[in-house]
Design a protein. Structure first.
Lengths: 459, 484
């Protein structure tokens, strides 16, 4: 057993390597691949993304990619798909990169490396083909930015490993082995300094013996062996410090600073990640798990963000997601539909707190559900439920003295019916309930009325 | 005013017997384009001197006995989404203002080889997005049969150029019905070939198509642009048959399928349906067999089409960013501002609507529910057609549910506008060829009979359409005063 690369933690590393293929021409057009010529010299309608231009796949690039797949024991798929990765950037002329996503041309091989313990197979998840972007050149002197598209459309192989590497040394051994294989195959110059070979490194730590992987951080765009090794070492140290002090590693993207030999989070990416709204699918899953709601209700609640946000805010106030959901999807929706409005419309003045309050009054037995339903249109318009209740004297009557009196009066008026109930016609109890509610103008707490009625009838 | 130009066969005969020169034809076409074309909003650009110089070269070839074929020296037009070297290629969009293409589309090269003279570039719905030609950034095209009505879209300018006698043959594109629907509304033949039969290289759309007065003329025009183009990976390698030679007027062995779902009375003008039924009876009387078939997934075609088309549009139009060519907003200091303002200023309302719909459809979490599902529907529609074509050789349907509607009638209701494509969207989704042939009039406006064929069934379609035109005179009707 070789010495662990960290005394307390096992280091887990996975690598994504981008390799420029040394084809004669670009991946989707006949422009020659030449480095160092004057900007935009090697361009055509296709790699400039002029209107109407189409890509045609480079046969030599496919041959080179196949060689790499076979030499690394990958399974080559007779059917694979090129997909578009859409994003806007000036050096990406089409507004999308042509890459392989769901169905790469090969998967599942390995590269064997030598370790102190003997040979070790580093599994490959996949290799896929994609095109490189152009280059943006920013003039620090304020002369604006310029774009050189000579590199636009250069064929790349992205070679992705499983998280099988356990130290910076193993990572180096893997990269050197890969470099040697690709040189043997004569498919790439594999020259790191010239950007033919770029590496993204995923690093995570876990306690020795742990089953679960730790949270990983990604180190982007490393272009020399030296930097790769240093960056891994620095990142191991950073994560170990975080874990030692009882913290947790956040998933993030990092940049390596060779001068200080430290890594730092790429703020821009992290800001974007933090600002990313929760997407509908994630929201659906979370709503189901967090609030215990049924599939249909979750689907309706998450269909649009304003409704979902309202639901969450109201639930925070009230506490019971199921109750809030019931009121929102049934009563509130009906009120809004009647007025041809929906959440998100500026005309809707309804505050989540008001709904929470209204439901709270029902929960506390102060309002009956039916009176609360009657008040809802005004509450939706911005009225405060408690104020409405007080102003109009709508508070539910749960004072047993008042209720007993009302029940006694109703029973006296319906002696015949009471006899029939005593004879077993339980259903008639509901009719008496209705009469009590009428007498109390709907304000009686139905639970209490039922209890008193049931008791008095059998007395 | 200059007389309308005749059909391709008529002009060919005039050239061959010395009654006309190519220069003379091109001059007449240009003059008529300046008069009738101007009034109907047909053109985005006329080539003038360049076209006349090419006409002189064609005349010289003919004098030397080196005529290249039936299109040599004939004036034609292309839609504003065909790239042509040295010419503005604008797709009737502000965002391509000032863009001049440095290269020729595959179809334009084909026309050049055949000696056809492109005299101008026709108006269209911006980026071919529309069914009425009201979405051009440069104003609508008008229907020559009634100037208050739309010509259909998106290739409205091309259909009108033929209907109004400006040129005998026009080229356009058809992704959802963009050639067949305007051809139907304008009383001309509109042919959409099999996906991959004509090169898409240099075309800012998915499928190149054409208009003519007759199926016989369409056969000649199609042969000029069809064929394999290695620059278009979906281009088909099969050799191009001699379509014109196959027009023998014989439909005795032909079985015509009438898809039950296309003859539902609801939502279709009864007069249109009557004209189409009469058209089928003509072919039946000429010896064709007729049977009912079914295309069970037809009701999903529009939804699938607009999901796929908008998704692809949102991605395809990403390249129009104001960075390399076309419209760029002035004074933007930040990258994002440059994108937002250039695109906001450059794209019209319908294009923006489709970019938004398409981006939504492709966004994370919705991709499977919308785009992927639409692709699955496409597979089902393809199977429907495969099954139908085991029982018949061609399908006959109306081209449109109603004759041309009034300008402005549907512009406030995009869904109703999309429904105008109900009979034409399935063919491009399934990748099969189709042709619309004039079959009479409803309420004084032209009606089209649509024939659909199996992949690479252009020959059969043209033969059936030609046989129909031998029996009828509908294609000889011309708009009042030739479109004046």
């Amino acid at each position: 057993m070789s010495a662990p690369s960290h005394p307390d933690y096992e280091v887990v590393i996975g690598l994504e390597t981008h390799v420029h293929m040394k084809t004669r021409t670009k991946l989707f057009c006949a422009c020659e691949l030449v480095y160092g010529d004057e900007p935009n010299h090697h361009t055509c309608p296709t790699c400039l993304a002029l209107p109407g231009a189409l890509p045609v796949l480079n046969e030599q690039a496919v041959d080179f990619a196949l060689r790499a797949a076979l030499a690394t024991h990958c399974t080559v798929h007779p059917h694979s798909i090129f997909a578009r990765k859409n994003y806007f950037y000036p050096d990406l002329p089409k507004g999308y990169q042509i890459s392989q996503f769901e169905e790469p041309y090969c998967t599942g091989g390995f590269v064997e490396i030598e370790t102190e313990d003997g040979p070790k197979k580093i599994r490959l998840t996949r290799i896929h083909m994609e095109e490189d972007a152009g280059k943006s050149v920013h003039d620090e002197g304020g002369g604006g930015s310029r774009v050189d598209l000579n590199r636009s459309g250069t064929p790349l192989m992205e070679i992705v490993t499983e998280p099988d590497l356990r130290s910076a040394d193993e990572a180096e051994a893997y990269l050197k082995k890969l470099q040697s294989i690709l040189r043997y195959l004569d498919v790439s110059e594999v020259d790191l300094e010239h950007g033919h070979f770029r590496c993204d490194v995923n690093v995570s730590l876990r306690r020795h013996g742990a089953e679960e992987y730790g949270t990983r951080a990604e180190l982007k765009n490393l272009n020399s062996f030296k930097f790769i090794m240093e960056a891994i070492a620095a990142e191991i140290e950073r994560q170990a410090d975080v874990l030692d002090s009882g913290g947790t590693v956040q998933q993030c993207t990092l940049r390596y600073h060779p001068k200080t030999r430290t890594t730092s989070i790429m703020r821009r990416i992290e800001r974007a990640r933090a600002a990313l709204p929760e997407l509908p699918e994630a929201k659906r899953e979370r709503f189901a798990a967090e609030y215990g709601l049924g599939e249909r209700d979750v689907a309706t609640l998450t269909a649009a963000r304003p409704l979902a946000d309202f639901f969450e805010a109201a639930t925070r106030e009230h506490g019971d997601g199921k109750a809030v959901s019931k009121w929102l999807l049934r009563d509130v929706t009906r009120v809004l539909n009647d007025r041809d409005l929906e959440f998100g419309d500026a005309r809707v003045k309804f505050e989540p707190a008001a709904l929470a309050k209204l439901i709270g009054l029902v929960d506390a037995g102060k309002l009956t559900a039916s009176v609360a339903g009657d008040l809802l249109p005004e509450v939706v318009d911005g009225a405060d439920p408690a104020t409405l209740m007080a102003e109009r004297g709508l508070e539910a009557v749960s004072d047993t003295g008042v209720l007993e009196e009302a029940v006694a009066a109703v029973l006296a008026e319906n002696a015949a019916m009471v006899e029939r109930i005593r004879g077993g016609e339980d259903k008639l109890l509901n009719a008496l309930m209705g009469q009590v509610m009428k007498r109390t103008k709907g304000k009686a707490d139905p639970g209490a009325v039922r209890e008193i009625l049931a008791r008095k009838v059998t007395e | 005013m200059v007389e309308p130009l005749g059909t391709l066969s008529e002009l060919r005969a005039e050239l061959d017997d010395g009654g006309a020169t190519s220069r003379g034809l091109v001059e007449r076409a240009l003059e008529r384009a300046g008069e009738v074309g101007e009034r109907l909003g047909v053109f985005r650009h006329l080539r003038g001197e360049a076209a006349l110089a090419e006409a002189d070269a064609a005349d010289a070839r003919r004098a030397a006995g080196e005529t290249r074929g039936p299109l040599d020296g004939i004036p034609v037009v292309v839609k504003d989404n065909f790239s042509q070297q040295g010419e503005p290629t604008g797709c009737a969009s502000k965002i391509l203002e000032g863009y001049v293409s440095p290269y020729d589309a595959g179809a334009v090269e084909g026309l050049g080889r055949a000696g056809a003279i492109i005299v101008g570039r026709t108006n269209m719905d911006e980026f071919a997005m529309g069914s009425s030609n009201e979405n051009s950034a440069y104003g609508p095209v008008r229907n020559p049969w009634d100037g208050e009505r739309v010509p259909g879209g998106s290739s409205g300018g091309s259909a009108v150029a033929v209907a109004a006698g400006i040129v005998p043959v026009a080229f356009g594109s058809d992704t959802g019905g963009s050639i067949r629907q305007p051809a139907s509304h304008c009383g001309v033949v509109g042919m959409k070939p099999t996906y991959g039969r004509v090169s898409r290289y240099g075309l800012v759309a998915f499928a190149s198509s054409l208009d003519a007065h007759s199926a016989a003329d369409a056969a000649v025009a199609l042969a000029a642009v069809a064929g394999h183009d290695p620059r278009d990976s979906t281009s088909l390698p099969e050799p191009v048959p001699d379509y014109a030679a196959g027009l023998d007027g014989d439909v005795s062995g032909l079985t015509i399928g009438l898809p039950r779902e296309y003859f539902v009375e609801e939502g279709v003008d009864p007069d249109v349906l009557a004209r189409v039924r009469e058209g089928v009876e003509v072919l039946q009387a000429a010896g064709a067999k007729v049977r009912e078939v079914t295309l069970p997934h037809t009701e999903y075609a529009i939804a699938a089409y607009y999901l796929i088309a908008t998704a692809e549009a949102s991605s395809n139009l990403a390249r129009f960013d104001g960075v390399r060519y076309g419209h760029r907003a002035e004074g933007a200091t930040q990258l994002r501002e440059l994108y937002e303002r250039s695109r906001s200023e450059g794209f019209g309302a319908e294009v923006k609507r489709r970019i938004l719909l398409g981006t939504y459809v492709l966004s994370s979490g919705y991709y499977d529910a919308y785009y992927k599902k639409a692709l699955q529907v496409r597979t089902l529609l393809r199977r429907d057609f495969e099954a139908a074509f085991r029982e018949c050789d061609v399908l006959a349907t109306p081209t449109t549910p109603a004759p041309a509607f009034k300008l402005g009638e549907n512009t406030r209701d995009p869904l109703r506008m999309y429904m105008a494509d109900v009979y034409t969207v399935a063919a491009p989704i399934a990748g099969i060829p189709g042709i619309s042939v004039p079959c009479g009039f409803a309420h004084g406006l032209p009606v089209g009979l649509q024939l659909l064929g199996p992949p690479l069934g252009e020959g059969t379609l043209l033969r059936a359409a030609d046989a129909y035109q031998r029996e009828t005179q509908h294609h000889e009707a011309r708009p009042p005063e030739g479109g004046a």
